[in-house]
Design a protein around this ligand. Sequence first.
Ligand code: HEC
Length: 156
Amino acid sequence: MAMLPLLAAPLILSPALTATPAFAAEVPPDDVEFADEGVMSSLTGKPGDPSVGAEVFASRKQGNCLACHANGDLAELPFHGNVGPPLDGVADRYEEPFLRAIVADAKQIFTEETVMPGFYTLKVGHDVAEQFKGKTILSAQEVEDVVAYLTTLKEE
Ligand code: HEC
């Protein structure tokens, strides 16, 4: 019986700890785990929306992926860059966890020198404008939306 007060203490605390369930499932940028196969589960605990992801991908203010990557699926949009490889059929080449890892932090997958930005990391280097310090380029949900979109880019 002497154990009971100890066991009860966490139960009393728990309502306060669970007061923000909407954010509980979101993985903070510093806690993203990169396994060999990539980042295994959704950063938000929810699947992404591919149609929102296509907009984030194309938006010059968000992903701006077209600045570096050609993508035949968005052929109607002007200017596709060629700094990175074309993303046609990218879902035939990589599984979803690997795509998530590339988008979250390309340096973890390629080399430290890659010019591809890390879209969900706080380790973005020293030459970062003050307004971007402590922020990620994309939110966790935007990463998931982009990843969901990338998984639709199949040719086979
Ligand atoms: C500043 C240029 C740049 C931007 C912006 C950029 N990337 Fe990349 N990306 C690259 C480069 C370069 C590579 C090739 C890896 C390397 O050599 O560093 C790459 C590789 C990739 C790959 C692997 C492709 C393959 O077939 O191997 C994917 C997927 C990818 N990028 C997705 C994205 C998405 C999605 C965005 C936008 C959210 C994006 N990239 C924005 C430069 C960029």
